[in-house]
Design a protein around this ligand. Structure first.
Ligand code: NAD
Length: 493
C-alpha cells in the first residue's frame, strides 16, 4: 500500500471557490442570531478550511417561518408541476456547469477522492433530472363511484420538510432530500452535517442563481444539538426526513411523537457481500475491495462483512489482501489516489478503536491494521480474518475502511450469517447460479440486494432499510408517498 499524506496539492484554491459560509434563510445569506461560528477542516491536512455560521434554535424559527410562508402563500405553493420541474432542471444545469468547483470543494471538506466526488455529482444531476420529470407525474385517482357521486383523491405536498443529513456524501445527501421534496411541491430546511457544511451552502448559491422563490430552500449549517434537534422538535415542521446513524434516528423518531410529524429515516448498515465458490472471482475480489474502501468505507452500504464460501476462502483472502496492499492511499485531490482520509480526527480515532477491538477479540490482520501517521486523518484499508459474526467488528457499523472476512459452508449458512445483524440496508450476492441468486435474494432481510455487483443505485428504484436501517423509502414510487399527503374527496352529485 503506498501512502502520501504529506505535501498535498492545491488546497489553497479554497479561497477562490468557498461559498458564503453563512446561513441561507429566505434567500439571504445571514449570520447566526447568536453570532456563533464553527470551524471546518480539510481531512487530508487537518488545516482550517472555513469558519461557518452556526445555526441555533432562533435561526431554525426564522427558517421555518420563511419555509411556511413560501409554502402557504408564496409563489412556490402555487407553482405548477411543470414550473417545479423547470426549476429543478435549471438547478441541475447549474450544478453541471460548476462541477469542477463543487467537486474540489467536496474533496476539501469531506476528504472523498476527487474522482469519487465527480462521480457522485454526476449521479446527483441524474437524480435531479429524474425528479424534474417526476414532478409532473404526481396524481391522485378517480374510482367508479356510482351515478350520484364523485370520489377522487388528491396528492398534495406534505408541507414544510426538515431534512437532516450526514457528512459522508454531502452533495448526494443534499440532492436526495431536495429532489423529491421539491418535485412534490414542499418547502425545505436543510441541515448539512457540521463536519461538511460547504457544498450544501454552495448548492444554495446555485439555487438562488436558478431563480428560487424566497424561502423554498433554507440551509442551516450547525450541530446536531442546537440546529438538528431544534428542527426535529419544531412544531412548524410537517415532516422530518433524516439520514444518519441509527442512534440519532431513534432520537428523531422520539422527537416526532410530540406532534406526530411524518418521519423518514435512512440509517446505518452492515452490508454482507456473500461470495459463493462459483462466483467470478476476479470481479468479486475487485468489487469487494471497492465495497469497503470507496469513501474510505464511510458509506451506509459499505460491504463491511465479506462472507466467503469455504472452498475458495484461502484463495479469496490471498487475492483480496494483495489487491488491498496495492491501493494508493493519500491526497484525495490526486488523480491516482484510491483511498482518501476519514472525515475527521474523531472518526479516525473511532475506526482505530475498532481495529484494536478486532485484534483483542481474536481477529487476524492480513492487510493494513492502523492509522497512517501525519496531519491528515488516514487509516490503512484493513482486512481482518478469524472473525466471528458475534464480534463487535462484525456487528457494529465501523464507517471506515475495514472488512471482516468470514467463511460459510452452504446456502443456509450464508443466509443465516447475512441476516444475523440488527441492520438490513443492503446485501450483495456473488454466484453464477441464477436459481440460487434469486432464491437467496428472497431470503435476505435487506432493502437492496445486488447480484454480481455492488453499490449502484437508480432513482426509479426504492432505497431504504429493513430492521434498524430505517423507516420508509425515498426513491422508486415510494418518494411519492413519502413527500405527499393523500386526500380523499367525496362529492354528492
Ligand atoms: P449522525 O447520526 O451522527 O448525524 C447525522 C446528522 O444528524 C448530522 O447532520 C448531525 O448534525 C445530525 N444530528 C446529530 N444529533 C442529532 C440530534 N440529536 N437531533 C437532530 N439531528 C442530529 O450520523 P453521521 O455520523 O453524520 O453519519 C454517519 C451515519 O449516517 C452512519 O450511520 C451511516 O450509515 C448513516 N448514513 C445512512 C445513509 C442511508 O441512506 N441509509 C446514507 C449515508 C449515511
Amino acid at each position: 500500500m503506498s501512502t502520501k499524506s504529506d505535501d498535498l496539492a492545491a488546497e489553497s484554491t479554497v479561497d477562490v471557490i468557498a461559498p458564503r459560509p453563512r446561513l441561507l434563510i429566505n434567500n439571504e445569506y445571514v449570520d447566526a442570531k447568536s453570532r456563533k461560528t464553527f470551524a471546518t477542516y480539510n481531512p487530508a491536512t487537518g488545516r482550517l478550511v472555513a469558519d461557518v455560521a452556526e445555526a441555533g434554535p432562533a435561526d431554525v424559527d426564522l427558517a421555518v417561518a420563511a419555509a411556511r410562508q413560501a409554502y402557504e402563500s408564496g409563489h412556490w405553493g402555487r407553482a405548477s408541476p411543470a414550473e417545479r420541474g423547470m426549476f429543478l432542471r435549471r438547478f441541475a444545469a447549474l450544478i453541471e456547469a460548476n462541477v469542477d468547483h463543487l467537486a474540489h470543494l467536496e474533496t476539501l471538506d469531506s476528504g472523498m477522492t476527487i474522482h469519487t466526488a465527480r462521480g457522485m455529482i454526476a449521479g446527483s444531476i441524474d437524480t435531479l433530472l429524474h425528479f424534474a420529470g417526476a414532478a409532473s407525474a404526481i396524481h391522485g385517482m378517480t374510482p367508479q363511484s356510482g351515478a350520484n357521486a364523485l370520489h377522487y383523491s388528491l396528492r398534495e405536498p406534505v408541507g414544510v420538510v426538515g431534512s437532516i443529513v450526514p457528512w459522508n456524501a454531502p452533495i448526494t445527501n443534499a440532492i436526495w432530500k431536495l429532489g423529491p421534496a421539491l418535485a412534490a411541491g414542499n418547502t425545505i430546511i436543510l441541515k448539512p452535517a457540521e463536519l461538511t457544511p460547504l457544498t450544501a451552502l454552495r448548492l444554495g448559491e446555485l439555487l438562488l442563481e436558478a431563480d428560487m422563490p424566497p424561502g423554498v430552500v433554507n440551509i442551516l449549517p450547525g450541530y446536531g444539538i442546537g440546529a438538528g434537534d431544534s428542527l426535529a422538535n419544531h412544531r412548524g415542521i410537517d415532516k422530518v426526513s433524516f439520514t444518519g446513524s441509527t442512534e440519532v434516528g431513534k432520537s428523531i423518531l422520539r422527537a416526532s411523537a410530540g406532534d406526530l410529524k411524518h418521519v423518514s429515516l435512512e440509517l446505518g448498515g452492515k452490508t454482507p457481500l456473500v461470495v459463493f465458490a462459483d462466483a467470478d472471482l476476479a470481479s468479486a475480489v475487485s468489487t469487494a475491495v471497492a465495497a469497503f474502501t470507496t469513501l474510505s468505507g464511510q458509506i451506509c452500504t459499505a460491504g463491511s462483512r465479506l462472507l466467503v464460501q469455504r472452498g475458495i476462502y484461502d484463495e479469496f483472502v490471498d487475492r483480496l489482501a494483495a489487491k488491498v496492499e496495492s491501493l494508493v492511499v493519500g491526497d484525495p485531490l490526486g488523480d491516482s489516489t484510491d483511498v482518501g482520509p476519514l472525515v475527521s480526527s474523531g472518526q479516525r480515532d473511532r475506526v482505530v478503536s475498532y481495529l484494536a477491538s478486532g485484534r483483542e477479540t481474536g481477529a487476524i490482520t492480513v492487510a493494513g491494521g492502523d492509522a497512517i501517521p501525519g496531519n491528515g486523518y488516514f487509516v490503512a484499508p484493513t482486512v481482518f480474518t478469524g472473525v466471528k459474526n458475534t464480534m463487535r467488528v462484525a456487528r457494529e457499523e465501523i464507517f471506515g475502511p475495514v472488512v471482516s472476512v468470514i467463511p460459510f459452508d452452504d446456502d443456509n449458512d450464508a443466509v443465516a450469517l447475512a441476516n444475523d445483524t440488527p441492520y438490513g440496508l443492503a446485501a450483495s450476492l456473488w454466484t453464477q447460479n441464477l436459481s440460487r441468486a434469486h432464491r437467496i435474494t428472497r431470503q435476505l432481510k435487506s432493502g437492496t440486494v445486488w447480484v454480481n455487483t455492488w453499490g449502484g443505485l437508480d432513482p426509479t428504484m426504492p432505497f431504504g432499510g429493513y430492521k434498524q436501517s430505517g423507516i420508509g423509502r425515498e426513491f422508486g414510487l415510494d418518494w411519492y408517498y413519502a413527500y405527499t399527503e393523500n386526500k380523499a374527496v367525496y362529492v354528492s352529485l
